[in-house]
Write a protein that binds this ligand. Structure first.
Ligand SMILES: NC(=O)c1ccc[n+]([C@@H]2O[C@H](COP(=O)([O-])OP(=O)(O)OC[C@H]3O[C@@H](n4cnc5c(N)ncnc54)[C@H](O)[C@@H]3O)[C@@H](O)[C@H]2O)c1
Ligand SMILES: O=C(O)[C@H](O)COP(=O)(O)O
Length: 618
């Protein structure tokens, strides 16, 4: 942390952990609290090649939290698996962590266990509520949803607690689509009812006459992964397929031969309706009395999405009145539904206990996908399937790695130049770049600047997941500006400037003419460099610690300060002087490997020509 400043001030060292204090000089995009026992990625046999690329950004983490469970530094992390996961996924987890498979936990049991766990893997049956994140006391770093729907995870709470949520969005698509088609056909031909009747010793051929699917119109509501696979299969059955999805691209629909239509057109023209949208505040009970008033009388409905998208009482009414002829349901508002559920018991309803994803193949795929994502995340990597953090392709991450490091260091440096360290309300980040706007994703850089600014002045640990939220909560407004320059677009960013306005500085030379603290940095040869402080140009690599001194330019200054440090066995890694003119004001930037003690810094402050100085932890 920054110490001392103007010559007359008393020197009070204040040390706080820095990201580099873990011995690694690499940025940790997903730094987690200290209790995270991390194992190098090389000890894992993960199949996904992207994990290798992401490794360039991997780093253990540091937190200031003292409320966390102490964990031996070399012990394995603990992963709680609260619902059945295929053995292949468990094997991946076990090679990395202690795995606790505790199925059928009550919400209270889950809250009791969670503070001992670094990661939690769930399916749709576990509600990961705010209470769970609170009970975790900062230890829970990752929630892995072994499947698609994340409506059972309180994403807002996860984000606030800096807990990454990842899912496995692709491995069960086909299984869900096949189950949708199975329910569609079974419903149309009364398979389930006829089977039950036969098992009861009956032979009722006339009672179970069905309806044909060929030539009928199917409305696919939600034309995402599952919806489009259902549409493809329904086309194969000779159905006319329309789809409604406000966000689906036309070309995806065209490729399958499906018309994208409005909600009303879809529901009013369909003979069959198949639901494939996520459960969100917008889709909650989207099928209600009003919707059923618009459908073709005798429509048949399949739901393998989420029970909550249908108002179940309204559906019972529509079934009773014959507006809906039949329904085939895999999902329910409350799972399992009550034993006396009118819907499940309805003679025109067939039901399965949320089996859409339950094939051997899908469960193996999902288990591997989620295990790899969770392990990667515990290693500080950004999962490609992150739900509450930016998804950044591996190659972009690799390219941005040194800039991410630069961003965090500039943030740390800038905040240490603020007198008192706090009270910062407005930060402007200026990126100088030759890249087009679409070609430079600054979310990572902004998050790391935020981390650099907030961590030295608070007890909050900040990572990519909660950076924006934490900044907002602390009333810190971070704006971004791009300055286009001619240059090589091979280099993502020429320079990054951090401006902090409306604050006093403990190093007056860091203030620009308009009173803002300004620090500027560049990446040179893959290493972050500080290139400007206030109006002074310098050039020092941002490694170790930094002493900034303002003096009147004159011979012998480097020697004087160097001698003081040398006498105290403080190793100088570099020195750079930026001056406004010969024998005029100058800034000397001195990189030091060790942190000089109070006495040493006092001696530097006493050097005749030095007008002010500051010590900064990078
Ligand atoms: N029953 C099961 O076991 C099972 C298995 C897999 C998926 N699912 C569920 O199926 C649903 C779809 O999964 P997916 O993998 O296809 O997800 P997806 O994200 O690929 O597709 C969802 C689609 O719904 C669309 N959508 C969002 N809001 C909409 C609205 N108001 N109206 C119409 N469309 C809307 C989205 O644009 C998206 O294209 C999810 O709810 C998922 O949880 C269930
Ligand atoms: O959203 C999903 O992936 C499905 O609903 C599957 O849920 P499950 O993992 O509980 O089977």
């Amino acid at each position: 942390m920054a110490t001392t400043s103007a010559k007359s001030s008393t020197f009070v060292p204040r040390v706080s952990p820095s990201p580099s204090s873990n011995g690694s000089n690499r940025p940790s995009l997903l730094s987690f609290p200290k209790s995270s026992p991390l194992i190098p990625l090389k000890h894992l046999s993960l199949s996904r090649s992207s994990l290798h690329a992401l490794k360039t950004l991997e780093s253990p983490s540091i937190s200031k939290s003292t409320t966390l469970e102490p964990t031996k530094p070399d012990s394995k992390p603990t992963i709680l698996v609260s619902e059945k996961l295929s053995e292949v996924g468990l094997d991946v987890l076990r090679s990395f962590a202690n795995v606790d498979c505790s199925y059928n936990l009550t919400p209270e049991d889950l809250c009791a266990k969670i503070s001992l766990c670094d990661a939690l893997i769930v399916r749709s049956g576990t509600k990961v509520t705010r209470e769970v994140f609170e009970a975790a006391k900062g230890r829970l770093k990752v929630v892995g949803r072994a499947g698609v729907g994340i409506d059972n995870v309180d994403l807002q709470a996860a984000t606030e607690f800096g807990c990454l949520v990842v899912n496995a969005p692709t491995a069960n698509t086909i299984a869900a689509a096949e189950h949708g088609i199975a329910l569609l056909s079974a419903m149309a031909r009364n398979v389930a009812q006829a089977d039950a009747s036969m098992k009861a010793g009956e032979w009722k051929r006339n009672k179970y006459v069905g309806v044909s699917m060929v030539g009928k119109t199917l409305a696919v509501m939600g034309f995402g992964k599952v919806g489009s696979e259902v549409a493809r299969r329904a086309k194969g059955l000779g159905m006319h397929v329309v789809a409604h999805d406000p966000y689906a691209p036309d070309d995806r629909a065209r490729a399958i031969g499906v018309d994208l239509v409005s909600f009303d057109k879809a529901v009013s023209t369909a003979d069959f309706i198949s639901l494939h949208m996520p459960l969100t505040p917008t889709t909650n009970k989207i099928f209600n009395d009003e919707t059923f008033a618009k459908v073709k009388k005798g429509v048949r409905i399949v739901n393998v999405a989420r029970g909550g998208v249908i108002d179940e009482d309204a559906l019972v009414r529509a079934l009773d009145s014959g507006v809906v002829a039949q329904a085939a349901l895999d999902v329910f508002t409350v799972e399992p539904p009550p034993k006396d559920s009118k819907l499940v018991q309805h003679e025109n309803v067939i039901a399965t206990p949320h089996l859409g994803a339950s094939t051997m193949e899908a469960q193996e795929g999902v288990a591997i996908e989620i295990a790899e994502a969770v392990v990667g995340a515990l290693n500080g990597e950004l999962a490609a399937t992150a739900v509450n953090a930016p998804m950044v392709p591996a190659e972009v991450l690799a390219e941005l790695a040194p800039y991410v490091m630069l961003a965090e260091k500039l943030g740390r440096l800038a905040v240490q130049l603020v007198a008192g360290g706090s009270g910062i309300k407005s930060v402007k980040v200026v990126y100088t770049t030759a890249r087009d706007t679409d070609d430079l994703d600054t979310r990572l850089l902004r998050a790391m600047i935020t981390k650099g600014i907030i961590e030295p002045i608070s007890t909050t640990f900040v990572n990519l997941v909660n950076a924006d939220f934490t900044a907002k909560q602390k009333g810190l407004r971070i704006s971004e500006e791009r300055v286009s320059v001619d240059g090589s677009p091979d280099c993502p960013v020429e320079s990054i400037q951090v401006h902090i306005s409306n604050v006093d500085s403990k190093f007056a030379s860091a203030l620009s003419d308009n009173g803002e603290i300004i620090v500027e940095g560049k990446v040179k040869g893959g290493i972050p460099h500080l290139t400007c402080v206030g109006s002074f140009s310098v050039d020092v690599s941002l490694e170790g610690n930094l002493i900034l001194c303002r003096q009147v330019d004159q011979p012998g200054m480097i020697g004087s300060v160097g001698n003081i440090l040398g006498e105290e066995n403080v190793n100088v890694s570099f020195m750079s002087v930026g001056r406004i003119g010969v024998r005029k004001q100058a800034i000397m930037a001195i990189g030091v490997d060790e942190e000089p003690n109070k006495e040493t810094l006092k001696k530097i402050g006493e050097v005749e020509a030095i007008e002010e100085f500051v010590f900064l932890n990078l």
